[in-house]
Design a protein around this ligand. Structure first.
Ligand SMILES: NC(=O)c1ccc[n+]([C@@H]2O[C@H](COP(=O)([O-])OP(=O)(O)OC[C@H]3O[C@@H](n4cnc5c(N)ncnc54)[C@H](O)[C@@H]3O)[C@@H](O)[C@H]2O)c1
Length: 256
């Protein structure tokens, strides 16, 4: 199927859709025909993304929604409201909500450790579980869930004990979900970005960025659209024989 239309009639939930990689995913998926639910903890950012989405392909209806992925109640409410509005659960879900709270291991507060795990790891679990439960309950023939991990989940990163642990966790979570959910036609995969220019990396000191760039074989940081392109492939039937995989989108950074 032509890339431009391969997501027609795929209702898609994107968490963290208000910024960076999540926003680029919303835009890419909408341009391929999906109806997109832009979900974010920031209502303003979600609405900003919503306003940028094309909707000229068949049957498209996008909406913005507020969710805190670390809260089971909030995630449940979101899935219920999607089902009420669209009369179906999302058959595609991209978990892009994420945070950092960096510090050296020797100084890291317990609260900062817990918060990052709650959003990045538990949040992915809650969303995957709620989407899968809704798909199974309605007998949907297929689904695709993509979770944004990070290359640092594999290799570690100074100052990011909490973040690296959360991202290693989402890979284990995804592999397990892939094994358990394949019999329901639901595929689960991860993308592992390297260093991508977004508001999250805007916080990283310029000194560290230029050191990182020098380590990237392709010689530059990535763009959110370059991660979104891979998410669109994993969401679509072009990847129908791929599940439990982690796809690195790093420009070659930390090739094993
Ligand atoms: N930028 C990078 O270099 C990079 C590299 C590897 C992985 N990632 C991952 O990609 C994902 C997106 O990151 P980004 O760089 O686009 O960051 P970003 O800060 O631009 O976007 C993250 C979005 O998540 C939202 N969010 C935060 N907490 C939330 C919550 N509890 N519930 C719902 N939404 C919440 C934020 O409001 C924001 O809109 C994250 O999971 C991040 O860990 C980013």
């Amino acid at each position: 199927m032509a890339a431009a239309t391969r997501l027609i009639s795929r209702l898609t939930l994107v968490t963290g859709g208000g910024s960076g990689i999540g926003r680029a995913v919303c835009q890419r998926f909408a341009s391929e025909g999906a109806s997109v639910v832009v979900a974010d903890i920031s209502e303003e950012s979600a609405n900003e993304t919503l306003g940028s989405l094309p909707s000229d392909l068949r049957g498209q209806a996008h909406r913005a929604a507020v969710v805190d992925v670390s809260s089971k109640e909030s995630v449940k409410k979101l899935i219920t409201s999607i089902q009420t509005q669209y009369f179906q659960p999302p058959s595609v879900c991209v978990n892009a909500a994420g945070i950092t709270q960096d510090d050296f291991l020797l100084n890291m507060d317990e609260d900062h450790f817990d918060k990052v795990i709650q959003v990045n790891l538990k949040g992915s679990f809650l969303v995957i579980q709620a989407v899968a439960q809704a798909l199974v309950a309605c007998g949907a023939p297929k689904g695709s869930i993509v979770t944004v991990g990070s290359i640092v989940g594999k290799v570690g990163n100074i100052g990011q004990a909490n973040y690296a642990a959360s991202k290693a966790g989402v890979e284990g979570l995804t592999r397990t979900a892939a094994k358990e959910l394949s019999r329901f036609g639901i595929r689960c995969n991860c993308v592992l970005p390297g260093f991508i220019s977004t508001p999250m990396t805007d916080k990283v000191p310029e000194k560290v960025i230029s050191k990182m760039k020098s380590l990237v074989p392709l010689g530059r940081m990535g763009e959110p659209t370059e991660v979104a392109d891979v998410c669109a492939f994993l969401a679509s039937d072009d990847s129908r024989y791929i599940t439990g995989a982690s796809v690195e989108v790093t420009g070659g950074l930390f090739i094993g």
